[in-house]
Ligand binder design. Structure first.
Ligand SMILES: Nc1ncnc2c1ncn2[C@@H]1O[C@H](COP(=O)(O)OP(=O)(O)OP(=O)(O)O)[C@@H](O)[C@H]1O
Ligand SMILES: [Mg+2]
Length: 545
């Protein structure tokens, strides 16, 4: 529907639509005065509409109804202030409400909400008002609690972990996840710019010196590594395999080794003994790195002065089912990753508790106690086992067994080799609000033959499509678009070019994409940070499909 038609609509129809929206909506002014609330909100709180209009959001939520915990109020206030400053949409972390009022019927449970804060801008880009969409996620939090209760694994059977503390921690982790997702978006943007610029230098036809080439490759590798670390932070707490690929652990260790000098001081000698024909395994690369790094960092912390850390890999085969360490292994081939140290070792009491989440003997603030719990859940997921040999005062060895893959080729080697960059001549529209990122993407695509137009936001893109006719075959865009709700943009773009293809760029986890209504299956997505070859390959695939 165009603007004209919209403005011809009866104000009453608008009012009706607003009131009958299935979600809870509030409209507030810049000083947080409540201007309007829809039926869902009124129903949920069973209050008199007139009692809340004109009141301050916080005094209404806090004083009148005693609904918002103080900390939650602070988080909401901070997010609102950020929205006023940055004028872009923000999704706040889960906010907890006290057990009052009709909204809060869950027996003795507090409710949890996610606030989506959307600024409405006038033609001078000033904020006219703010639309708050409130999602009740209590059910999913409750479900999580139920799942935790149902799936009591051996840890909980062996140790009586305080359930309440566990739930609180799981909620804390979820909140942390929401916050990191925002930061990771920005970091991934920066990493993409670094990657693409390195690729441009590496692929430039002029003769670049071997030194520059080597340094560019190093920058690319480091940024790739940083991207994966970011992914790990985003995925922390999720036990499911993320993107398992056939890889060789020796290659990962060699890559990590280059970064280890920052982690380990000179007093610690590092010895590598990697088996030449080590079997490949199928695992998410980030999770494999997480296992290695957690073990090495623990070894480092166990060495107080000087000492040695040894990293070894070897193949292992068992003809029968075998109970070894923490789990049973079925018959078959495995790899063994060993990390040994000459550190302080562990007492039997400590050893008995090391996989327990939040168990740490380190000083407050030094260890979360989640390192080995994470390693445990990853290894369990891939049907491996962990064997520990330790002696107080002498040192510790962790042996990690993981099932071998039959596939001989590993994707790490392939990724490095795959550098034949295929371009095309189709018209592509790039929408990206970060100038540097937009510029470098346009330059990459143009230098590979494509006709490229670029816009900084959804509105500009729609104008471009109208002016340039229907020649665009593909839109490459971020899911977070300034100035125009994402879904509306897709609707308008599809109305102008019905068979337009869309490649979503995302620096966020799939959960966040789902919040934008993009379903995992239908989504063709490229994750930041990416390199030229991935971008060009995806572009070709999606256009040729
Ligand atoms: N190589 C090791 N030598 C001696 N003790 C160890 C070793 N690895 C782990 N531990 C013991 O196991 C505990 C739990 O380890 P875990 O990695 O889960 O948490 P953490 O290292 O304390 O904290 P985080 O990993 O979150 O920084 C440690 O606090 C330590 O007491
Ligand atoms: Mg640790």
């Amino acid at each position: 529907m165009d603007k004209k038609k919209l403005s011809n609509l009866e104000p009453n129809i608008f009012k009706n639509v607003f009131n009958n929206l299935p979600e809870i909506y509030l409209v507030i002014s810049k000083n947080f005065t409540v201007n309007a609330a829809n039926f869902q909100f009124i129903n949920a709180l069973s209050i008199d509409y007139n009692k809340i209009i004109g009141t301050n959001l916080f005094s209404f939520l806090g004083k009148k109804f005693n609904l918002l915990e103080n900390k939650s109020a602070d988080i909401l206030k901070l997010s609102l202030q950020n929205v006023l400053k940055e004028k872009i949409q923000k999704i706040t972390s889960i906010l907890e409400f006290k057990d009052h009022g009709k909204l809060y019927e869950l027996q003795n449970n507090n409710k949890f909400f996610i606030f989506s804060i959307n600024p409405v801008l006038d033609s001078h880009k000033n904020i006219e008002c703010i639309i708050l969409k409130i999602d009740d996620v209590s059910e999913s939090v409750k479900l999580k609690i139920e799942v935790i209760e149902k799936n009591k694994n051996f840890l909980e059977k062996r140790y009586s972990i305080n359930e309440k503390e566990k739930i609180q921690n799981s909620i804390k982790m979820e909140t942390l996840g929401k916050l990191t997702s925002g930061i990771s978006h920005d970091i991934n943007n920066l990493l993409t710019i670094i990657n693409l610029n390195c690729d441009i230098i590496l692929n430039s036809s002029q003769n670049i010196s071997p030194v520059v080439k080597k340094q560019c490759s190093q920058i690319k590798k480091t940024s790739k590594y940083a991207g994966r670390l970011m992914q790990q932070i985003l995925n922390f707490g999720k036990a499911q395999p993320l993107n398992p690929k056939v890889i060789n652990v020796n290659i990962i260790i060699s890559e990590i080794e280059k970064m280890l000098f920052r982690l380990i001081n000179e007093n610690i000698e590092l010895e590598l003994n990697l088996k030449e024909d080590l079997y490949n395994i199928k695992i998410d690369q980030g999770q494999m790195e997480q296992i290695i790094l957690n073990l090495i960092i623990n070894s480092r912390d166990a060495i107080s002065d000087t000492g040695k850390i040894k990293i070894e890999t070897t193949n292992f085969c068992t003809e029968t089912e075998l109970t070894l360490g923490s789990h049973k292994l079925i018959q078959g081939n495995y790899i063994v990753l060993s990390v040994s140290d000459s550190g302080i070792g562990m007492s039997p009491e400590t050893q008995a508790r090391i996989f327990e989440p939040y168990f740490s003997t380190k000083e407050q603030g030094k260890g979360t106690g989640l390192g080995l719990a994470t390693v445990y859940s990853i290894v369990e997921n891939y049907k491996g086992t962990i064997e520990i040999k330790t002696e107080l005062g002498k040192g510790t060895t962790f042996n990690i067994y993981l099932p071998a893959s039959d596939i001989k080729e590993n994707s790490l080697a392939k990724e490095e080799e795959h550098q034949n960059l295929i371009g095309g001549h189709e018209a592509i529209l790039v929408i990206e609000d970060k100038e540097d990122l937009k510029e470098v993407m346009v330059s990459v695509l143009r230098s590979h033959g494509y006709f490229v137009a670029a816009a900084s936001h959804g509105r500009e893109a729609i104008e471009l499509i109208k002016n340039e006719g229907q020649k665009f075959r593909l839109i490459i865009m971020d899911v977070i678009l300034p100035k125009m709700p994402f879904k509306l943009f897709i609707q308008e773009a599809r109305a102008l070019i019905p068979n337009i293809k869309i490649l979503y760029i995302s620096g966020n986890s799939h959960d966040v994409l789902q919040q934008f209504g993009i379903n995992n299956n239908e989504m063709i997505c490229i994750e930041k940070p990416f390199v030229i070859s991935t971008l060009l390959k995806k572009v070709r695939n999606i256009i040729d499909k």
